[in-house]
Ligand binder design. Structure first.
Ligand code: ADP
Length: 488
């Protein structure tokens, strides 16, 4: 099967969160399973040269129509971690991908709809047509719309579209001009059963377009597939998802264990496995030393997260005070896009600057993330909603016990040490239900209590977590089956 991934992120070249990990990990596993995979990615100026290498091919240039004018586009093909990626750079005065960051620009809808059109134009011009276009999140919602409204009529008849929803909190709501910019007729597609935003009929919902026009739609865990159809976690798309329920399902994300495994992790001071778990403590000591934290025998509680409402920022704040008051240490690696939240956490950082049991790093740092997973005892994820969540899966591989709220993929992957009805050896963390400080405290109390009072049981819980297999093998097979079902 010849698959073309079209996405706004692919680790390590362009990663803001789990989307980048998923496009990278799923693509690599599909290749391992015998598929041919290529990736279309915006040619962001912030892609660092050390994250990819040239293929020797000259950049390709072509034109397509944008805002009724010819726009020229450059494709640079590169290789990154064994993946062939085509970096798409529309050349216009807007400098769409020369902003020094991936997202958060006022013209994000225009940036990514242009990317969709430029990608399809490139695919149309190539000799061979992919069997599958696998699109991800709102950024690429317009790909199936443009495919079926325009490109099949221009000869792009082979590909079928699989569309994966990673985060319904961001749907690409925009003014209808984004449609006419790329040559779509708003009168035709801006209807309630197509791209019209249900909450405001004057606006376009790009994710809704992706759902309606794709041949199959997935989200990233079975639990979340239910939640988004039947609860407010559908963020207004419940009805559309139920209408298209026959072509919708949840497939749990995997983790690329070539990148995330303490046995072979080049980023961590001391590699270890479940057989050499004692070596994990070298990493704990190294992290404490690096962050100038006390070298005391205390549990190390960590958070590695984007800092926003989805991730439960108020409960993360509460975690800090609670664990410090209960004899533990706390380390946070977090990046906030909202200024107000950044300032809230910066204030905590200032307030705790002299506390040797607490350290906050408020930026994005891939290497430090590896160091924290290798060092920590507990990882707290108190999300309001979590489509899948990768940090708990990564944490478990590193023998870190997750403390999570029971939502989405967190509920599908973490089984409570005390209350799960699973066999003891399958229990791998702590789970709380309500989005309240009391529920969080109760789970943290149980987790810290086990660390202090029953170290042998805590060690067993770590081993249970490390034994879990969240590799991409099975999820990629499921995607392979979906692709097969879509092609003739
Ligand atoms: P998201 O909703 O952000 O996609 P996931 O749990 O699916 O959440 O994936 C988060 C990914 O981003 C993980 O690989 C995690 O290690 C990484 N990550 C999150 N915040 C940071 C940060 N500040 N620095 C480095 N890596 C981070």
């Amino acid at each position: 099967m010849y698959i073309c991934m079209i996405a706004a992120e692919c680790a390590p070249m362009a990663k803001a969160g789990g989307l980048g990990d998923v496009v990278h990990g799923l693509s690599r596993e599909l290749i391992r399973q015998g598929h041919e995979v290529e990736i279309m990615l915006p040619g962001y100026d912030c892609i660092t040269p050390d994250s990819c290498s040239g293929t020797g091919a000259q950049p390709l240039r072509y034109e397509f129509r944008f805002r009724d004018e010819p726009m020229s586009c450059r494709i640079q093909s590169v290789e990154s971690c064994g993946l062939l990626c085509h970096l798409v750079t529309p050349e216009s005065e807007d400098c769409f991908f020369e902003r020094g960051r991936l997202y958060g620009e006022p013209d994000d809808p225009e940036r990514f709809t242009t990317f969709c059109r430029a990608s399809l134009e490139f695919i149309l011009k190539r000799e061979r047509q992919p069997d599958i276009l696998h699109c991800h999140d709102w950024h690429t919602g317009l790909v199936p719309v443009l495919l079926y409204e325009e490109y099949t009529h221009r000869g792009l008849t082979r590909p079928r579209v699989c569309y994966t929803l990673h985060n319904l909190g961001h749907q690409g709501i925009a003014a209808p001009r984004v449609l006419s910019d790329v040559g779509l007729d708003p009168h035709r597609v801006l209807t309630s059963d197509r791209l019209r935003h249900d909450a405001d009929p004057a606006l376009v919902n790009l994710m809704k377009g992706g759902i309606v026009y794709s041949n199959f739609v997935t989200t990233v865990s079975p639990r979340h597939a239910e939640e988004v159809q039947h609860t407010e976690l559908g963020c207004g798309l419940q009805r559309t998802l139920r209408t298209h329920g026959a072509k919708f399902g949840g497939i749990l994300n995997g983790v690329d264990y070539d990148t995330w495994s303490p046995e072979g992790d080049p980023w961590i001071p001391r590699q270890y496995s479940s057989n050499t778990l004692g070596d994990k403590y070298h990493n704990t000591t190294a992290l404490r030393t690096r962050l100038r934290m006390a070298l005391d025998p205390k549990p190390l509680v960590a958070v590695v997260s984007r800092l926003d409402r989805q991730k439960g920022a108020p409960l993360i704040r509460h975690t800090i005070d609670f664990v410090l008051a209960h004899g533990a240490q706390f380390v946070l690696l977090g990046s906030a896009t909202e200024t107000a939240l950044h300032e809230t956490f910066r204030d905590i950082k200032v307030r705790t600057a002299d506390n040797p049991d607490c350290h906050l790093e408020l930026h994005y740092d891939e290497a430090l993330a590896h160091g924290i997973y290798a060092a920590a005892d507990l990882l707290v994820i108190p999300s309001v909603y979590e489509p899948c969540g990768l940090t708990q899966l990564i944490a478990m591989k590193y023998g870190v016990v997750p403390v999570v709220r029971n939502t989405g993929g967190l509920g599908d992957t973490v089984f409570d040490a005390n209350y799960s009805n699973r066999d003891f050896l399958e229990r791998n963390g702590y789970v709380f239900q309500d989005y309240t400080t009391q529920a969080l405290e109760s789970a943290l109390t149980r987790a810290l209590g086990l660390w202090f009072d029953h170290p042998d049981y805590f060690r067993q819980l770590r081993l249970n977590a490390m034994r879990c297999d969240f590799s991409w093998t099975e999820p990629a097979e499921r995607y392979g089956e979906i692709y097969e079902s879509l092609v003739d």
